[in-house]
Design a protein. Structure first.
Length: 94
């Protein structure tokens, strides 16, 4: 049971960092600090997007449409935080 909890916790931490990196890269692209035509930037951003898009699309399906602002990363981070809190509070004795 301890191993399963540690694996879930590690996966949640990885997803958290991927969401943060995705948000930062997309903001830097929007403010033209990073150029999306740069092959390395494009490859990294698209790779992260391909991993996170299935999660984002499920969250977007029940969120209201917002023009110019995507709430899916914030909702995903809040959900991860809630899951980590539940794990920490209920399985602390492991």
């Amino acid at each position: 049971m301890v191993s399963l909890i540690q694996i879930i916790s590690a996966l949640l931490n990885i997803i958290t960092w991927l969401v943060i990196i995705d948000v930062v890269i997309s903001l830097l692209i929007q403010f033209r600090v990073l150029d999306q035509r740069n092959q390395i930037v494009s490859q990294i951003w698209l790779s992260i997007r391909n991993v996170l898009e299935p999660l984002y699309s499920r969250i977007r399906s029940f969120l209201p449409n917002t023009i110019g602002f995507d709430l899916a990363p914030a909702v995903l981070l809040f959900g991860i935080f809630a899951i980590q809190t539940i794990i920490r509070n209920n399985f602390n004795h492991y």
